[in-house]
Design a protein around this ligand. Structure first.
Ligand SMILES: O=C(O)CCC(=O)C(=O)O
Ligand SMILES: [Fe+2]
Length: 351
């Protein structure tokens, strides 16, 4: 697939994220670790360079494009369904993007890490032929490298949170089923510039490793009212923390609201493909602040205005299922579902 496209425009509001060098993080560079901690505790978003996954990312964009091109009936054999399962195909129009029930225009294919790691054995579900055909050459290498990047970054947060070494890593064991997923995303150009491709949300799991070529991703920076674009930078991934890390850390780490709108400027008439690897806790992990394991987290919860936020009393699977299920069009009965689809954010300004 060609990566040539019109440039990101100069005249739109951009939020400059910190650029973190993965090579320096891996080498234990203290200054870089401090910068990662700053990013994780302020916006919860940063660019990651030197991650070494470019080739696999290119292959994954092809998997996404090839899957979108399959006949509709073929893709529908693998649809996620309305019960809140996140793996499989999500058709355009299956989700709502606002409280009044506006349907989305975005398609996804979500591939469970459990299936990639168990291949050719089916662990969770089956996938379209375009996924099966690239499992060995592209998807498994992408998953393994993404898992390694995310777990290295999670280990840095583990240490900075004052947790006994390996505490967070034990909540993300490769040997247990989890919601960890590779997602290939496609949105056609949106003619109505008011419409959003992916509505405002926080990510459900622990850490997202996102690859953008076109603009369209926006963040709502705390204390501001205006959505700002995150400009795609070649060779730089965008990382962001999800709700599970907010809860584990008693709110020390941040899972920020973001959304996807039509790419700005001359990019606006193009098909938008993007790719995310989501690391999520094992399904059975109860989401709670790790107050017994870290005095820093205990102190944060003691001083929190709403400490109950950090004891939702559900497992990682229940949290994920609730959030996925309540954005499905089929489950919108009154306002309840939309309101019940939220995460750790306090407000969703466009909802
Ligand atoms: O496509 C993007 O840039 C972001 C996607 C996203 O936020 C998500 O899938 O959770
Ligand atoms: Fe997201």
């Amino acid at each position: 697939m060609s990566t040539e496209h019109p440039p990101f425009p100069e005249d739109v509001p951009i939020h400059p994220l910190l650029v973190i060098d993965y090579e320096l993080i891996k080498a234990g560079n203290k200054h870089e670790i401090e910068r990662l901690w700053t990013a994780g505790t302020t916006l919860g978003f940063w660019y990651l360079k030197n991650h070494g996954v470019d080739e696999e990312v290119n292959g994954m964009f092809d998997v996404g494009a090839q899957t979108v091109l399959l006949p509709f009936e073929e893709k529908m054999k693998y649809e996620q369904g309305d019960e809140g399962m996140s793996f499989g195909y999500k058709a355009a129009g299956a989700n709502v993007v606002d409280a009044s029930g506006t349907k989305d225009i975005t398609q996804f294919i979500n591939i469970a890490t459990d299936d990639a790691l168990a291949w050719p054995v089916q662990a969770r579900r089956s996938y379209p032929s375009t996924v099966n055909a690239r499992m060995i050459s592209t998807i498994i290498p992408f998953v393994e490298k993404s898992l390694a990047v995310n777990s290295t970054l999670i280990d840095v947060f583990d240490a900075k949170l004052g947790l006994p070494t390996g505490t967070l890593s034990k909540l993300h064991p490769k040997t247990e089923f989890s919601g960890s997923t590779t997602r290939c995303i496609y949105s056609p150009p949106i003619l109505d510039r008011q419409a959003t491709a992916i509505s405002a949300h926080t990510d459900f799991g622990s850490l997202s490793f996102l690859h953008n070529r076109l603009g369209g991703l926006q963040v709502l920076v705390p204390g501001t009212e205006e959505w700002q674009y995150v400009k795609p930078l070649p060779g730089h991934a965008i990382c962001n923390l999800g709700d599970a890390m907010v809860i584990f850390s008693g709110g020390i780490l941040r899972s920020n609201l973001h959304r996807v709108v039509n790419p700005p400027g001359a990019q606006g008439s193009l098909d938008r493909y993007s790719l995310v690897y989501f690391t999520r806790p094992a399904d059975s992990i109860v989401l709670r602040a790790l107050t017994d394991e870290s005095p820093l987290i205990a102190d944060a919860v003691t001083h929190a205005s709403d400490p109950k936020r950090f004891q939702p009393g559900v497992t990682a699977l229940e949290w994920l299922t609730r959030r996925v299920k309540n954005r499905r069009v089929a489950n919108q009965k009154g306002l309840g579902a939309w309101l019940n689809s939220g995460g750790t954010e306090h407000t969703t300004s466009d909802s």
